[in-house]
Design a protein around this ligand. Structure first.
Ligand code: FAD
Length: 454
């Protein structure tokens, strides 16, 4: 059986493990932490990621956790709406609204779906030989046909594979996150923008409220009492923000400086290694897409990696897998010509591999990893950039510039009532690839490319 070693047991790593395992891979996920212990916060799982989770049989369970209702959107510090929509409108447009859930719950669902035998906790990876597919750990070396590097924003694997890349840069904002008991407060999902400040409020299951906030600060700023800092900034904002902050347990508030890529990687793979999630494309949280993109990555990678132990791939030994699930030349994500073994576009890529005991020889491996880069690099780079441009809008502090920003957003919303949703079409209309018979029609998606939106 073909073996995949996944480095990192975060959302990207666990989802990759589940998706590969469903395709018959022998999967080991290595996580250096002794237990899966995500930061205590909420997480938005949007329509695109829900569709990806559907392919793993997990989407419907996640949907039952949704608590979002009423108007959602962006407000000013005094509570006036700048732009808003409703979960129903999102559902009508994308077939799903967003699910706001505890990060810990998602991790639990993913860890359960992966299976305890596949997850090795407390195992740190110290290095990778990308060409040979060898993962060095404190407990010895592991050989793999595919290595998935899901080791997060400060990925050591990425630094080893792409030493020339500058890495993530500080976005200029720091972010607080916290979980607060709802009490008898009336909570709606909103995000409010002030002068260089953002405050978000979201109801969760178990009568909890997830709050997040950002401010423009130098990287590495240290505070003695994070709740006091929040009260100082947001204590006179619209309801229920002050009451929530007063009810917060200071020990339940965490803060991280926010980093993002200014420069995309040249590829998401090298040798036998594929990068997923924040290791590949760290982004600011302004679109709530970091984890969603990690989930998309995982599902696309597993789809392209195929079914190594299945008859289908053995029958097509040495042939590369296309984005529509068929075999033969590898197509670009835009449905155009082939991709060469390094993942660069070109018309002449063929499926010749050096074979192997199963369907993915070295050549085939390079082919599907090239297809993975082609499918994911452009899309995620755009989302990284869009997240950063919203981040820039929230960083504005000059009162005139703030007034102009708010006026511009509300004017655009008035002239185009579905603006808030429509602006997200490209992100949320994404659909996961559909596996089709080797020689049959591409999929039930007609001529449309499987990675394009409906
Ligand atoms: C304030 C904030 C709010 C956010 N809100 C949202 C949201 O609402 N929706 C959304 O989609 N995204 C959101 N995100 C982004 C999201 O949290 C990340 O994009 C996502 O968690 C990335 O997952 P990952 O698996 O790639 O990386 P990580 O979650 O960082 O996981 C990496 C894992 O690898 C392990 N690891 C690292 N090095 C090694 C090693 N050498 N050996 C073994 N294990 C190793 C780490 O311990 C860790 O468990 C938010 C981010 C922030 C900062």
């Amino acid at each position: 059986m073909a073996r995949a070693v996944v480095i990192g047991g975060g959302i990207g790593g666990l989802t990759s493990g589940i998706a590969l395992r469903r395709n018959g891979w022998d999967v080991t996920v290595l996580e250096r932490a002794p237990k899966i212990d995500p930061v205590g916060s909420g997480l938005a799982i949007a329509a695109n990621a829900l569709k990806a989770l559907d392919t793993l049989g997990l989407g419907d369970h996640i949907r039952t956790l949704s608590r979002i209702q009423g108007q959602v959107g962006i407000r000013r510090a005094d509570g006036r709406w700048l732009v808003h929509t409703t979960p129903d409108a999102a559902e009508a447009r994308y077939g799903d609204s967003v699910v706001l859930m505890l990060r810990a719950t998602l991790m639990e669902v993913l860890a359960d779906a992966l299976g305890a035998d596949q997850l090795r906790l407390g195992v740190g990876v110290s290095g990778v030989d990308a060409e040979e597919g060898i993962v060095h750990t404190e407990d010895g070396d592991l050989g793999a046909d595919l290595v998935v590097a899901a080791d997060g924003i400060h990925s050591k694997v990425r630094q080893t594979l792409f030493p020339e890349h500058p890495g993530p840069t500080y976005s200029g904002v720091t972010a607080w996150r916290g979980l607060i008991p709802r009490g008898d407060l009336d909570i709606r999902s909103t995000e409010s923008w002030g002068k260089g400040l953002v405050f978000g409020v979201t109801p969760l299951a178990h009568d909890l409220v997830y709050v997040y906030a950002t401010d423009v600060l130098p990287a590495g700023t240290v505070f003695g009492d994070e709740r006091e800092e929040l009260l100082r900034r947001f204590g006179d904002w619209h309801d229920p923000i002050p009451a929530l902050l007063r009810a917060a347990d200071p020990g339940m508030i965490i803060r991280n400086d926010v980093y993002s890529f200014d420069t995309p990687l040249p590829a998401f793979h090298r040798g036998k290694v594929a990068l997923v999630g924040d290791a590949a494309h760290p982004m600011t949280p302004n679109l709530g897409q970091g984890a969603c993109q990690a989930i998309e990555d995982a599902v696309v990678l597993a789809h392209l990696a195929g079914f190594p132990a299945g008859e289908e791939d053995i029958a097509h030994n040495g042939k590369e897998r296309t984005l529509d699930g068929t075999h033969g030349g590898v197509r670009r994500a835009d449905g155009g010509g082939g991709i060469d073994r390094e993942g660069r576009g070109g018309a002449g890529a063929s499926g010749e591999g050096d074979g192997g005991e199963w369907g993915h020889g070295r050549g085939a491996l390079a082919g599907y990893l090239g297809a993975y880069t082609a499918a994911r690099l452009g899309r995620t780079s755009k989302i990284v950039q869009r997240s950063m441009s919203i981040c820039r809008m929230t960083k504005v502090r000059n009162p005139v510039a703030v007034w102009l920003r708010d006026f511009g957003v509300s004017l655009a919303a008035r002239s185009m009532p579905d603006m808030m949703l429509r602006s997200m079409d490209e992100v949320l209309r994404w659909r996961p690839p559909v596996t089709a018979p080797a020689s049959g029609p591409a999929s039930d998606m007609g001529d449309r490319h499987p990675l394009q939106g409906r």
